[in-house]
Design a protein around this ligand. Structure first.
Ligand code: AMP
Length: 395
């Protein structure tokens, strides 16, 4: 009989889950869903294997609105549908593995202590990743749990691309380096690339994970050499509401001259900047493309320019460019941004096939002309499947 794998991706205001069933090939989704709006107005929704909505409810006002209750509610909902079948393993997305964890890890008391020591590196995310592990130890004490790290894929980066130009001893001692994020997405893309394009899989590929959070990575033979996110998920590209790379001198100016405190600066950089801040309209690309306001176009052009510039920078780090892959919400769905980026990269040998780029599909597809020096693909990412695979492999 097939086994069940539960994947948990917990954030500050939501918990997402996917339940997979093992098959001879890749695990298949049975149910996926989420509890959103924690601490405000929690809403639970779920879909089945056919992508049909099978749950959609706002929790009653008198129940706790926290992670603990949300997880118990989800698990009870799932168990009603499983008819007594046991979950074989639980895989968790964990944002930060520091320099210690370069592969998935089985949860032990030592591992939990190790993760807690990493909280200062990701105070906004790591506690929310750790909490469900403890709750599930209580709810499903017999199910082994595995942590899958967003930073692990980037541990192959050479030191040259990991360090900031701070005093080296100080930075190494304090762990101040470019860890990089979205690693599970990159790992998934690297895992499917060999079936799509062997030259790209073995060669020099830049992957653009463009979503609400956006980053890019340069891969050589499938291993990460450089990435745009750094010490935190703030560096690199502008994002929905995050500013991306910014001159550290600006922060000194905000503190010393404008007398802004750390909390105010955090809100400015994480919540009020990026596409939202530039446009003054929305953090969502769809809204910006639909708007006739010139600031909307400025924001989308700014985003595409930064993606093009980072592609060239990553190409320098991997010694050229054989392939460019677009993935995540914007990368998979936004033909306008893809075209804008590709047109700016013609000098690098990117020749977009405009008709192929306009096709809407959930399948991996090539969008460059047959004679383009650089092959360009759209490949839907699947971080949950990557976690399910890693959790099973770690057993
Ligand atoms: P993600 O974080 O990967 O789920 O991506 C979310 C983002 O993808 C949204 O904020 C939108 O900006 C973008 N997106 C989703 N669908 C489309 C679309 N059809 N066209 C343009 N952008 C899209």
């Amino acid at each position: 009989m097939s086994d069940l794998v539960l994947v948990i991706n917990a954030g500050s205001s939501s918990i997402k889950f996917s339940l997979f069933e093992t098959t001879a090939a890749d695990p298949q989704v049975l149910y996926k869903g989420q509890m959103e709006g924690l601490y405000v107005e929690p809403k639970f929704s779920a879909k089945d294997a056919n992508d049909e909505k099978v749950a959609n409810e706002t929790l009653p006002a008198d129940v706790p609105k926290n992670h603990d209750y949300a997880l118990r509610h989800m698990l009870a909902w799932l168990q009603q549908r499983l008819g007594g079948r046991q979950i074989k393993v639980i895989g968790h997305r964990v944002v930060h593995g520091g320099t210690q964890y370069s592969k998935p890890e089985r949860v032990t008391p030592e591992l939990l202590a190790g993760l807690e020591a990493l909280i200062p590196l990701a105070p906004l995310h790591e506690p929310h990743n750790i909490a469900p592990i403890k709750i599930l130890q209580d709810l499903l004490p017999d199910a082994p749990q595995v942590t899958c790290f967003d930073t692990a894929f980037h541990t192959t980066q050479p030191e040259l691309n990991q360090m900031f130009a701070l005093p080296l001893d100080f930075a190494q001692k304090e762990g101040i380096r470019r860890y990089g994020f979205h690693g599970l997405s990159y790992e998934y893309i690297a895992s499917v690339l060999p079936q799509i394009d062997t030259r790209a899989a073995e060669g020099r590929t830049v992957v653009a994970h463009l979503g609400n959070g956006s980053s890019m990575a340069g891969l050589l033979g499938g291993a990460c050499q450089a990435t745009t996110m750094g010490f935190t998920a703030l560096e690199g590209l502008p994002m929905g509401t995050r500013c991306g790379s910014i001159d550290g001198g600006v922060l000194l100016h905000l503190m010393n001259h404008l007398k802004m405190d750390a909390k105010q600066i955090e809100t400015l950089l994480y919540k009020e900047s990026g596409l939202l801040g530039l446009s003054g309209i929305s953090s969502d690309m769809r809204d910006l493309h639909a708007s006739s306001d010139p600031r909307a176009k400025f924001a989308t052009d700014y985003f595409a320019r930064r993606v093009a510039r980072e592609t060239a920078s990553l190409a320098a780090a991997i010694g050229g460019l054989d392939c460019l892959v677009f993935t995540a919400g914007i990368g998979e769905n936004d033909d306008i941004t893809r075209a804008n980026v590709c047109h700016q990269l013609r000098w690098l040998g990117v020749e977009l096939d405009e008709a192929a780029n306009a096709v809407r599909s959930g399948e991996p597809r090539r969008i460059s002309l047959a004679d383009s020096k650089v092959a360009v693909y759209v490949i839907p990412t699947n971080e949950e499947l990557m976690i399910a695979r890693q959790a099973l492999a770690a057993l």
